[in-house]
Design a protein around this ligand. Sequence first.
Ligand SMILES: Cc1cc2nc3c(=O)[nH]c(=O)nc-3n(C[C@H](O)[C@H](O)[C@H](O)COP(=O)(O)OP(=O)(O)OC[C@H]3O[C@@H](n4cnc5c(N)ncnc54)[C@H](O)[C@@H]3O)c2cc1C
Length: 335
Amino acid sequence: MSAESGATGDIWVVTQQRDGQTRAASYALIGQARKLADACQARVAAVCLHDGVKDADQLAAFGADRVYMVGGPVPDGWNDDAYVKELSDLARRDRPGAILATSGALGSSVIPRVAMALGTSVAANCVSVDLDPQSQTLVHTRPAFGGSLMANVVFAGRRPQMATVRPHAYRKGQPDAARQAEMVRVDFDKAAVTSRSQLLSVVQDLAGRVRLDEAEVIVCGGRGLGKAENFQIVAELAEVLGAALGTSRPPVDDGWVPYSQQVGQTGKTVSPRLYIACGVAGAPQHLAGMQTSEIIVAINEDPKAPIFEVATYGLVGDLFKIVPLLTSKLREARG
Ligand SMILES: Cc1cc2nc3c(=O)[nH]c(=O)nc-3n(C[C@H](O)[C@H](O)[C@H](O)COP(=O)(O)OP(=O)(O)OC[C@H]3O[C@@H](n4cnc5c(N)ncnc54)[C@H](O)[C@@H]3O)c2cc1C
């Protein structure tokens, strides 16, 4: 990546942890950063904004050449103001060419403020980040005009190029245990940063038993279910599979299922090992959120439904017959 304004070509990925473990989406983004860096002879750095990270060695295995560990405990467990100050100070010192983070709490509250502090801008909520081979700059693809079209955003001159990327836009790759990274410890006194905000409590989203964005298996119900009560049919299949329950947009619009379960362009991007779509037509806006799933099973009574174009296995028929049968057969098989 061309170094402009004195910036290096380094690509930084700001990682996010829960209980000290780096989230799968951060690992997946490091993997993509590795591919971009290999294409332009650049280096990848993983940035950990606090020192409670238990799996820092794994960041190298997934593609980082350098791991920044910014020292000091986090007051209140989360502190936007401290994160903004430490990340912008570090970026001013080491001048990365690009800074990427997953969308979500960090991507929404910290990354835009860092961009403002550095005098650059952010392509938010991207579905992909690629490299333009000619200009060697990053091409950030994101929904625009309410999701009715996709825009490619490039930063002509400003550095660092900054973007937040949807979790699961990329799949977590395979670790390479032989890879080594330089560990850079950075002292930073978070408690010295005056904060205008205070974390009062953390509220878990209890809408689904298994979190949609972390699920290995997702059962998705669409408008074909007809009414809210019928979601019980797909919920039972999800339960027997230990799966998360997803939905398309119409059931959310009709108030059958909470928005937190919506998959698609204006919902969540998911990439499970198995995605079972029941009564979902397969509109482009829905496919945008799930088509990187490893195995897609579609159950739809309309053989021409577009979902069959991306499905690994298609079952043409009435979901009210197929889904309960599948659930009972799986229950039998699992004892
Ligand atoms: C800007 C914008 C953003 C959007 N964002 C999203 C988004 O994030 N996510 C999203 O999902 N959509 C989104 N949409 C809406 C999208 O365009 C579709 O309208 C939506 O995905 C359709 O949902 P559906 O497939 O559940 O419903 P439908 O299109 O009504 O399809 C229902 C399907 O169920 C099948 N069916 C009916 N009865 C049965 C039965 N008994 N057995 C088996 N099959 C049956 C039908 O054959 C049909 O294929 C967006 C639209 C716009 C304009």
